[in-house]
Design a protein around this ligand. Structure first.
Ligand code: PGA
Length: 254
């Protein structure tokens, strides 16, 4: 059974005090997670030590980074390497979020390098893909997303690809309050799985967790997560409200 994952993407939000209090509220909601479920909190890098310390000893709850540099060290002022995150206990890293692709010009080939860097040190990339509105309107989202996956991930071996978590996030649904319908999510998630099956075989494709992202909230999580090829969500806005995110965690399939 592939993992069911509720991942929070705090983006560039919250003061240290607010982060501290949100973590406390989340921990107080006492989730019982099955061994097949995981909660991942991608907090701003500067709050990672705080989050790691608070989550110490909790099983199936992990702290994540929102990005990393593709090199392992060197003269890259302001950047953080995947190995540095690992050295403070962070082994999950979001890569290729649409905001990084758009505002920091991250290309598929750069993301291929970053993905390999994260896998090389034994950490888990949470690789984001997804189409803009114009592509959805032209109904070419499948080939658009397929190209993102091929260009950034198809150099990986089967042993490597099973360690990658995919987050499909249609850009038109991010922070817009417009969610893909559960049918739209299922359709493209099944397509993404078929792309991996064609390259790596069905057995490998069936092991890859594919999360949905884009205006997931307590009110729609259950319906979206219940789709057979949706293995949880990557959640922005609603992850900043403890009761919302707690309900989203509870909406995961067992
Ligand atoms: P949203 O963001 O839930 O606020 O739409 C999702 C994301 O960007 O990961």
């Amino acid at each position: 059974m592939r993992k069911q994952i509720a991942a929070a993407n705090w983006k560039m939000n919250l003061s240290h005090q607010e982060a501290d209090s949100l973590l406390d509220q989340l921990l107080a909601s006492q989730h019982h997670l099955s061994s097949n479920q995981a909660v991942i909190l991608a907090v701003p890098a500067i709050y990672i030590p705080l989050a790691v310390q608070k989550l110490n000893g909790k099983s199936n709850i992990f702290v994540a980074a929102q990005n990393c540099h593709q090199k392992s060290n060197g003269a890259y002022t302001g950047e953080i390497a995947a190995s540095m995150y690992a050295s403070v206990g962070v082994h999950h890293i979001i890569l290729g979020h649409s905001e990084r692709r758009e505002f920091f010009a991250e290309s598929d080939s750069l993301l291929a390098e970053k993905t390999e860097a994260v896998l090389a040190i034994g950490s888990t990339p949470i690789f984001c893909c997804g189409e803009p509105l114009s592509i959805r309107e032209a109904e070419t989202q499948n080939s658009f997303v397929e190209a993102q996956l091929k260009n950034a991930l198809f150099q990986l071996s089967a042993d490597q690809i099973v360690k990658v978590v995919i987050a499909y996030e249609p850009i038109w649904a991010i922070g817009s309050g417009k969610t893909a319908t559960s049918e739209q999510a299922q359709e493209i998630h099944a397509y993404i799985r078929s792309v991996f099956a064609a390259k790596y075989g069905q057995n490998i494709a069936d092991q890859i967790s594919i999360l949905y992202g884009g205006s997931v909230k307590a009110a729609n999580a259950k319906e979206i997560f219940s789709q057979p090829d949706v293995d949880g969500g990557l959640v922005g806005g609603a992850s900043l409200i403890a009761t919302e995110f707690a309900a989203i965690i509870n909406a995961l399939k067992p």
